[in-house]
Design a protein around this ligand. Structure first.
Ligand SMILES: Nc1nc2c(c(=O)[nH]1)N[C@@H](CN(C=O)c1ccc(C(=O)N[C@@H](CCC(=O)O)C(=O)O)cc1)CN2
Length: 275
């Protein structure tokens, strides 16, 4: 079975449209960048395009002399509902810029407060990519309770927060997180019910690393010969997996939709729309 992210995303966009219908002068979503690479440019373009479809103003802003003061101004500006600090920032210390961001405007859940808050269910926002994996499982009735889940990749945006989300009481998965120094990753992925690949290497997850009948979630966003591809050797793995997410049109589509859902949550917190 192919787990279609586009239809999951569309459901989220419909909910958002319903909530903001008829509203005028909606606060903006700001994408703060300095020298964006091609991957960032592609992502920003797609967020701007989606914002246009929803009637939400997405503003691309460049870092100036003092990015920290810039972020402080955004924090207190009621015409801004959320800020995405594009990664990597090349001319500023990204950690310090993130530390300046108000967690309630940190739509990507990258601040220490939001990341740490996941442990106690206290986050304003969890990273949308990690949430998108959970949403795909939920929408397709794949219950991770008691199942062995291996996540390949330990980033702050996917691997670590996803492990925490899967470990929450009530979700109750048994989680293994692999990384570049892990021994025998193939043995761990093969012995899992659900495999999530978030390493950023095209065709990293091969057929022999996956047990027939398991579920494969591809979080990879890689550009190969100008084409967007995931981490999974899709043609091979899709022949044996019980369910698999495609790239494009899988987790990535849901991630962007959840980013806008977070924008909506921010409007609610600001008192601009009813909860
Ligand atoms: N602050 C951030 N900076 C950057 C991020 C990020 O998530 N937050 N991501 C990377 C770029 N990137 C992934 O590594 C990326 C590039 C392109 C897209 C994209 O085009 N998404 C499509 C959906 C794709 C799909 O269907 O799989 C979309 O938005 O509709 C996403 C992520 C750089 N910096």
């Amino acid at each position: 079975m192919i787990l279609d992210g586009k239809s999951v995303a569309e459901k989220t966009y419909s909910e958002i449209r319903e909530k903001i219908e008829g509203m005028v002068s909606l606060p903006s979503l700001v994408l703060l960048c300095d020298e964006p690479d091609s991957s960032n440019k592609t992502y920003m373009k797609s967020i701007v395009k989606q914002g246009e479809k929803l009637g939400i103003n997405v503003v691309i802003e460049n870092t100036g002399e003092d990015p920290i003061a810039q972020v402080h101004r955004m924090n207190s500006d009621p015409s801004i509902a959320g800020v995405m600090i594009m990664h990597p920032l090349k001319n500023a210390d990204e950690k310090s810029v993130l530390a300046a961001l108000d967690p309630s405007k940190d739509l990507e859940g990258r601040t220490v407060s939001n990341l740490g808050g996941i442990v106690n269910d206290e986050e304003f926002f969890a990273p949308p990519t990690a949430e998108a994996v959970m949403e795909m499982l939920f929408q397709y009735d794949i219950n991770p309770k008691g199942r062995d889940v291996t996540i390949v990749g330990r980033s702050n945006t996917v691997g670590k927060p996803l492990a925490l989300l899967l470990l929450k009481k009530g979700v109750d998965a048994t989680v293994t997180v692999c990384h570049s120094r892990s021994r025998d990753i193939a043995e761990k992925t093969f012995n899992s019910d659900i495999v999530v690949s978030a390493v950023g290497i095209a065709k990293f997850l091969k057929r022999e690393m996956v047990r027939p009948g398991s579920i494969v979630i591809d979080v990879g966003i890689n550009f190969l010969d100008g084409k967007l591809v995931g981490d999974v050797d899709y043609d091979e793995v899709s022949q044996i997996a019980a369910a698999i997410t495609p790239v494009p049109g899988g987790v990535g589509s849901v991630t962007t939709a959840l980013l806008f859902k977070h924008y909506l949550k921010s409007l609610e917190r600001m008192g601009r729309i009813a909860r």
